[in-house]
Write a new protein. Structure first.
Length: 315
């Protein structure tokens, strides 16, 4: 699950999904033809349809949250349309049109900006107040296609400062940045040696004025990079997954979440100390009650530029 909390910069734990290859097979027949024919342009929708379409199997939801907007859950329906709801509310549609796979969003203090992939390109819709815009295309890197759901991040508290990251068909991560002047062009962040695993996308978090991106390499090992330096480092020798991971912040540190190759949840606190991917403490009665064993805040601090990535810890 992708999620963003602006204000306190906290993202909900990840709910890992099956590999992108599996959900693409489920949706390809119904989506590719319709997307190619009609794209994502549609009228703004602010009210719920009479019968909200249930979520598609195998596609992870997204969450965008903040003090002013509360918790907003986004999911891709069986027919490829995108819907949103509060934890206890009724689902309403985010305009018309369809996407392939999941969606990712960011809140810049004024707008919720939602991103998805369709026809090999990134599309986005913006909510101002309670009104959604139509879907618009951000295109794709020149000569390439986008191959998985994108990742989004708001860069600080300035309205209009956000970015979208995507894996392209060359195996690299590319990004487009938005600011008060509008959208910049696609530019390459790079990838671990051998490229990012096909069918997975990036997850991005912003802390202390810097964005970080977490990806899965072609070997299924997870790597992390500080945007600007664009050097991908292994998270540790135990960090393996076949699905898109999640990256968020807690006060003073980055935290990654992933489904391991054993299909169990794991988390990693990235700070100045050595660390490893660990199992969270699970509740026997409520899946929603599990929480990562985060170290005391006094023991956690973010470290920037070189050499900050944790090393492996033996068990």
């Amino acid at each position: 699950m992708r999620s963003i909390w602006t204000g306190d910069s906290v993202r909900s734990p990840a709910a890992p999904a099956p590999s992108a290859t599996r959900w693409r097979r489920r949706l390809a027949a119904g989506l590719v033809t319709s997307v190619a024919a009609i794209g994502l342009v549609a009228a703004s929708v602010t009210a719920a349809s009479a019968a909200p379409t249930p979520p598609a199997a195998g596609i992870d939801p997204g969450v965008v949250a903040g003090t002013a907007i509360g918790v907003n859950i986004f999911y891709t329906a069986r027919n490829g349309t995108v819907w949103t709801k509060s934890p206890t509310g009724t689902a309403t549609q985010v305009s018309d049109g369809v996407v392939t796979g999941g969606v990712s969003g960011a809140y810049d203090g004024t707008h919720i900006v939602l991103f998805g992939e369709a026809s090999g390109a990134v599309w986005y819709a913006t909510r101002t107040g309670t009104t959604w815009s139509t879907w618009s295309s951000l295109g794709k890197p020149t000569g390439l296609t986008v191959t998985a759901e994108p990742g989004a991040v708001a860069r600080g508290a300035t309205s209009g400062d956000y970015s979208v990251y995507a894996r392209a068909s060359d195996g690299n991560i590319w990004v487009r940045d938005h600011n008060a002047s509008g959208w910049g062009s696609w530019h390459k962040i790079g990838a671990p040696a051998g490229g990012v695993l096909a069918g997975t996308g990036p997850s991005v978090a912003y802390i202390s004025g810097v964005s970080f991106v977490l990806v899965v390499s072609h070997t299924t090992q997870m790597y992390i990079a500080q945007v600007g330096q664009n050097v991908f480092r292994t998270t540790d020798t135990y960090g393996y997954t076949t699905v898109t991971p999640a990256l968020t912040t807690v006060p003073g540190a980055l935290v990654g979440f992933a489904r391991g190759t054993d299909h169990k949840p794991y988390y990693h606190v990235f700070n100045a100390r050595a660390g490893t991917w660990s199992r969270p403490t699970l509740s026997a009665t409520s899946p929603a009650a599990w929480a990562p064993r985060t170290p005391p805040l006094s023991a956690v601090r973010a470290q920037r530029p070189s050499g900050w990535a944790p090393t492996a810890r033996s068990t």
